[in-house]
Design a protein around this ligand. Sequence first.
Ligand SMILES: [Ca+2]
Length: 624
Amino acid sequence: MLIVDMVPYHFLWKSLIVHVFALLLVGSAKTKETEPLLPSMKALIYIFLAFVAPVVLGAEAPRPNIVIIFTDDQGYGDLACYGNRKNRTPRLDQLAKEGTRFTSFYSQTVCGPSRSALLTGRQPIRSGGWGMPASEITWAELVRKVGYQTACVGKWDVSNRKAIIPRMPNAQGFDYYFGALGANDNGVVKFHENNEDAGSTRDMGGLTRLYTDKSIDFLKNKRDPEKPFVLYLAHTMMHTIIDASPRFRGKSKGGLYGDVVEEFDYETGRLLDALDELQLAQNTLVIYTSDNGPWNQDKYTKRKRGHPEGAIFWGEAGPLRNGKGSPYEAGYRLPCIVRWPGKVPAARVSDAVFATIDFMPTFARLCGFEAPADRRIDGIDQTDLLLGKRETGREYFYFNRAGIRKGKWKYLKPDAHFHGYAVEDGRKKVDELYDLEADIGERNNVAGKHPEVVASLKELMLEVESKKVARSFRPRFQLEYEKEGPGGGSRRIKVVPGEGSVVFDVTDQTGIGGASIRLLEGKWPKKTLLRMHLSGLEEFEVAVGGRKLSAAYHGQSFSPPEGHLQVRMLDKKGNPLKGRYLVKSTRSGVSERVAGYYEVEVPHSVLQNGTGRMDLSWVDFYRR
Ligand SMILES: [Ca+2]
């Protein structure tokens, strides 16, 4: 089973079939008693078919282990690699050099909702936050079904902070759990190990080390070395009541909060060292991020009691506005570093929009399971972004009951906020619109200047908030292509969605081009048409999930080989045209091009089984 575990899930079946075939072949050679095969020959055939062939056939990356390091209330600007000048964070800075550092990564604005979103791929309006119902499906449940071992260490916070067994980690997909079901607001945490009470502590300064020890103990002593694994380590620090252990207390330049950040960095380093020691680092996807922004509001500081003497417990949000509980960027936008040696590009800084809700579909692709199809999943598959195969991320991100960002534009409802501490005095109760490219600090409300942008973002927000399930939800696509050709001339792709259909209108005035179309959300409709508006079509290639479905047209006499897509040539009104594109003689000796387009239908079955991505390339017969 060792070999099988190293290949992607869909190759499990392939491998199983090959095993059976190999056994049948070796067996049949024996029973038919034709020319007897030498035992060593049989062994060689078996070894080739059972072990070599699947690896050659399915030479994809092995399914990675996944480690999620999730901190609590840590701000966007707390780490040196995110611009902090006081806190020393050498291990996380190093992690960023070894992987990709994301600068437009979104979690949620408070703890419980952040965790239900991360676990389910569904916005808190659907996944329930602190009160996440037992009926929610987590990626942990699904990844376990395809052979992974799963562990959760630390803060759970989605079972109403109570020991409700059907909503606790074991019931929600984790084989092993150690941690606290709630937060530490009163300076005490009660532990559970799986479903059992496991004592309590008032030593907040010891929590980061304790959770790291428990994680390393899982890796070394509780892990099944035959299985890939997912470890979800959700620290309690830097959530107040904060504290650091004696080794770190008073050592940083950032006060007690800085001490906690530096201890967290050190302990993260210990966990990464354990991955190295166990020779797991190479095939482990490590994700570091935080659940929500920092408690950096004066209102909170003044009202909250019980903090340690002289504690500076608020984190830094860098250039972002406000903090935890706010729909402004500092509430949601968090540091995020992803490392997978040799797979996720090293030393890359990406501004692509990426979010915890994307973990579900991304893990589905990486680990080989299907994300739930019976409910709306808000996340999108970001595997290609992580692996450096594309540089674009989410088309939009929704802020819980508060607003939405699409591209550079961010819309907020009047006076939207999650928590009283995050309310800014003097904020006008009006629509807000920010250009995040020009104004990352959200200081300049431009709603009045762009009413059409406000209107379209409101509409998109209503669509996200609608209770429709995935099946009736209109699919969304992302298009990637060069808008200009090498010699000038414009290219354009327009998406025309219909009821049960979608048309991609490709117009090219350059002659040679290519594009990829990615399904961001929803499902491929029954009918998918590609329409090429070119002067004349010479070659047209379509690939779905790497599988080529060639389509070509070479004029009158061309009839495509079997298996190729059938290209139709149509006039402007959609009536079939015969012969070459250039057919009409307007006066003697002058030919004129008949206006129209080429059309091909991509089979639904191929799209359904693909990776959600379709690649196109074309050559115009009349290219310049
Ligand atoms: Ca939190």
